[in-house]
Design a protein around this ligand. Structure first.
Ligand code: SAH
Length: 374
């Protein structure tokens, strides 16, 4: 937004060296950069007025120059019966994305033997751990046939600040304080993170170094952008990787995910085989089960062949339905049959419990769906 000579500028998204040049421009001592960094990412302040470590005149000159924190605002919030919260998060230009909060173990729902003293409390609810599902783009260009986000098309990339900002806004809303060792991040919201690679990786660094979430608590999911997969493997600091497989052969995959024309299963699986896994790390493959399309015993056996020899696990997701999506959700027996074939062949396979389907917060249902549920 341009107002005369003054350009609206966000602090959120800036790394320490960028903040250092900024404070220098304002004639401030260099230690102010660290103060800004901590205020933005550790304290997660909403406005520069709240940065009490900074002198009043510096705060004022920041606002006078149109420089603000740039924390995205929460426009709407939907709460599911399972505790999941879907946030509609608004960016400065009026675009919005969705971010999902998924608490686990609320009210003992998990029953995994964790001690009560190990629970965190937000807004009167307790949870043992939680995951935030983060968006990387407004809309998506990949056009997977079973995903609601695809229907939006691609509007634009999110900036690093907008990616980090979703996490800060949700943590603030949930009243989560430091340390954040029970919070996981999944980059599985709207968009294809690997088609916004630089901003996504910049956000990862800010989340690790600033917000304080370790990279081993983060997972990024890709539809299979093969060149980015090779780059990603070389990153010294990176989340774990999940690959959306969703089909057991090329014909089927091309039908479901047109991106398979560009990077087919041979190229994708070659990249997966060459991916430099860390100690004890596994590749995750996601597989959305569509009734009568990709959920047969034969499909399961083809998947076994595809992943043979890989240190990998499969996450099976029964389709989350949505308006405009021409597929059906398979019955539970069908899902279990698929899982059993994988397991019998020695491939670890897990059925993902859908989260927040009643509020359209589940995988593939994010579409700025104010009109669907309000
Ligand atoms: N673009 C990235 C991340 C977003 S999708 C990717 O493709 O991986 C996150 C996961 O949700 C993917 O594994 C995708 O296959 C799955 N998904 C998409 N639509 C879905 C739907 N309608 N039901 C269940 N899972 C879906």
């Amino acid at each position: 937004m341009v107002m005369g000579q003054v350009t609206e500028k966000s602090l959120l998204g800036l790394q320490l060296p960028e903040l250092a040049s900024l404070v220098e421009e304002f004639g401030q001592p260099s230690y102010r950069a660290r103060q800004l960094f901590d205020a933005l990412y550790r304290q997660r302040v909403q406005s520069s007025e709240q940065i009490s470590t900074l002198p009043q005149d510096f705060r004022q000159s920041l606002s006078a120059k149109g420089i603000s924190v740039g924390l995205p605002s929460i426009e709407k919030k939907f709460v599911s019966s399972d505790g999941t919260v879907r946030y509609l998060v608004a960016c400065a230009d009026g675009q919005s994305v969705e971010t999902v909060w998924m608490p686990e173990g609320d009210g003992g729902e998990l029953g995994d033997g964790s001690e009560a003293g190990d629970q965190a409390e937000t807004a009167g609810r307790t949870w043992e751990r939680a995951a935030i599902c983060v968006s990387s783009q407004v809309g998506c260009a990949v056009d997977c046939q079973f995903c609601l986000t695809a229907l939006l098309g691609i509007k634009r990339n999110l900036t690093a600040g907008e990616i980090v900002g979703q996490v800060c806004a949700v943590l603030n809303d949930q009243g989560v304080s430091l340390p954040l060792h029970r919070v996981n991040l999944v980059f599985m919201g709207m968009g294809e993170p690997f088609l916004n690679y630089d901003n996504f990786m910049k956000a990862v660094h800010l989340l690790v170094e600033g917000v304080g979430i370790t990279e081993s608590r983060m997972t990024v999911s890709t539809a299979g952008i093969v060149p980015a997969l090779y780059d990603f493997g070389l990153e010294p600091v990176r989340p774990k990787i999940a690959i959306s497989l969703n089909a057991s052969n090329d014909d089927l995959r091309t039908r479901l995910m047109p991106i398979n024309r560009k990077w087919n299963l041979e190229k994708l699986m070659a990249a997966a085989r060459e991916f430099p896994l860390r100690n004890r790390e596994k590749l995750t493959f996601e597989y959305v089960l569509l009734e009568g399309v990709n959920d047969s015993a034969e499909n399961a056996r083809e998947v076994v062949e595809l992943v043979r020899g890989l240190r990998a696990k499969l996450n099976l997701i029964a389709l989350n339905p949505g308006p405009g999506i021409d597929f059906r959700t398979p019955a539970q027996e069908r899902v279990l049959q698929f899982q059993n074939i994988l397991r019998a062949a020695g491939v670890p396979a897990f059925v993902r419990r859908p989260r927040g389907r009643d509020i359209f917060a589940a995988c593939g249902q994010l579409k700025r769906t104010v009109e669907l549920v309000s």
